[in-house]
Design a protein. Sequence first.
Length: 343
Amino acid sequence: MKKTIFTLAMLCCTIVGNAQVTDEQSAILQVGDNAQIFYGTNALVEALEAAPDRGATITLSSGTFAGGTITKCVNIYGAGWVEQKVARNNDNPSDNSILPTILSSKLTISIPEELTAPHNIHIEGLRTAYSIGSHLCDKPIDGLEIMKCYIVDYNTGFQFTAENKNVVFTQCYLDAVYGLGDALIQNCDIINGCNITCLNVNESHVVINHCIVGGHYGYGSSCKALFTNSMIWGNYGIGPSSTARNCMFNIGSISNVGSEDNIFSVDYNQIFEDATNISYTDARTFKIKDELVDTYMGGDGTQIGINGGNYPWNKAPHTPLVTDLKLAIDGTNLKVTYNAETR
């Protein structure tokens, strides 16, 4: 393991360092005024081991990392799940793109019982590799936000196997989420709605707001959910325990909508600006045609789908892009210069 200890002079850089592109994967562990940097495919694993129980932020570069186990209340930020083109302010840019941060193996969230709630874990800007096993939360958790992540595993998806509350997924691309309790899924593209399940149907409280929900939702589903302001295009509508408000349904699936009000039957091949289907690609915007926005308005006064609400569809992490990072030794001090640019 290679490890460098940074002094206070490095703090300002580590706060915004997640998108810096390097030849080797890196993970910056920041706790207050102190920071460490770990290199290589196991950098995330080592940073998680070195983190205290609370108060740490781990920032990952582009590249591929082993997943590891989260046993601390930490924040993890990656460089994003898609390659992002960036206009940089230099005369001779050698590379105007940010590559994604990819997990090549299972990431487990396993908070020990003695670390009492609230847990308030935040995970942002990661992409899971294809068919690498489940991403598990195997102990009770109170406070988990997963934002701007690509979590697709055609075997097992993301699984909660114990009581969970205050769970939020925002601006994610999801295959399946099993075992929900108290949860909000907002502005996400969910490709297999039938794989949204709850640990206890009668006691669950799940809201799916401003999402795209596909697959065979309702067929064998076990979740009591409120669908609001969403596009639902599965073959069987929604499950018998669920309710829809201000939602679109595929024109062939309108018979099982569990509706309360304001339900639209649409042809999803006709409503988008950027494609004649509802399939995901990294370039998709899912913007409704301008002339249809007022027709398909949600209950909150914004358009139905993932471009409405408080978190319109945007895959770029919140952290800035750091460029032209330079380190120099001045006596006993480490001097850092860099440019920080918005994405």
